[in-house]
Design a binder for this molecule. Structure first.
Ligand SMILES: *[C@@H]1O[C@H](CO)[C@@H](O)[C@H](O)[C@H]1NC(C)=O
Ligand SMILES: *[C@@H]1O[C@H](CO)[C@@H](O)[C@H](O)[C@H]1NC(C)=O
Ligand SMILES: *[C@@H]1O[C@H](CO)[C@@H](O)[C@H](O)[C@H]1NC(C)=O
Ligand SMILES: *[C@@H]1O[C@H](CO)[C@@H](O)[C@H](O)[C@H]1NC(C)=O
Ligand SMILES: *[C@@H]1O[C@H](CO)[C@@H](O)[C@H](O)[C@H]1NC(C)=O
Length: 188
């Protein structure tokens, strides 16, 4: 049921031919959602790609904006209910091919999933609203049935805060090492 990550050597070879559209780049930073007063350290962190293998990164967050990676949108042919296209959330990591944001589906029964920044176009179903970057697991369902439950930042296995995506159908209390955040773009 979940969109599977499409990543193959073939996909990499194809997208390597695409030139990056750097005309309107932005960095993504966290905004702590209200009511989490003790978790201020997760506010205003900048999205960074942490290398985990050839063409593979985990999405992590640093305190310094200078380390924040440069993102841009590439419209897909899938239309949102408001008539705007969904987009691939791409990143310009300094090479000739794009890196795409992916919500990993590592365990159907977990309440949140790690987020990757892998070579290629990533998933085709991101959008922005006034709360920042959003995702839908399935673009064909109405917005009020979106299974995406927001962004979670946790002290996790890289020694720096790491980005996760929550499923909306679980309502667990966050661990003390995690906070609910928005991801807002700052244009550069
Ligand atoms: C953006 O999307 C177009 C149309 O789908 C595609 O041809 C192009 O390769 C994409 N650009 C990048 C940088 O992925
Ligand atoms: C490049 O990005 C801009 C801003 O997002 C967009 O308006 C434009 O259509 C894009 N150009 C191409 C060739 O995709
Ligand atoms: C940014 O912060 C990270 C850890 O949060 C650190 O490893 C890195 O050296 C810092 N970079 C700069 C340019 O200060
Ligand atoms: C939309 O783009 C995808 C990927 O490029 C392609 O497989 C699909 O056929 C396209 N659909 C339409 C309706 O153009
Ligand atoms: C933005 O989209 C998300 C995901 O669909 C939704 O939960 C949220 O309420 C929306 N925010 C606003 C301000 O509309």
């Amino acid at each position: 049921m979940h969109l599977r990550t499409i990543f193959s050597v073939f996909g990499l070879a194809v997208t390597a031919l695409a030139s990056l559209n750097t005309s309107r780049e932005y960095q993504l930073h966290t905004q702590l959602k209200p009511g989490q007063g003790t978790k201020k350290k997760f506010d205003n962190l900048w999205l960074v790609a942490s290398h985990t293998g050839a063409g593979l990164n985990d999405a992590v967050l640093y305190t310094n904006q200078s380390s924040g990676i440069k993102g841009f949108m590439n419209a897909t042919n899938i239309t949102q209910p408001n008539g705007q296209p969904y987009f691939n959330q791409l990143f310009d990591l300094g090479g000739s091919f794009p890196w795409g944001l992916i919500i990993a589906d590592v365990n159907f029964y977990s309440a949140w999933e790690p987020v990757r920044i892998n070579a290629g176009d990533g998933q085709p179903s991101f959008f922005f609203n006034s709360s920042g970057l959003q995702w839908t697991e399935n673009p064909s369902v109405p917005a009020d049935q979106n299974a995406f439950g927001g962004w979670l930042v946790c002290d996790w296995w890289h020694g720096v805060p790491q980005l996760f995506a929550k499923w909306s159908y679980y309502h667990y209390e966050n661990p003390s090492s995690c906070a609910d955040v928005n991801l807002l773009p700052i244009y550069i």
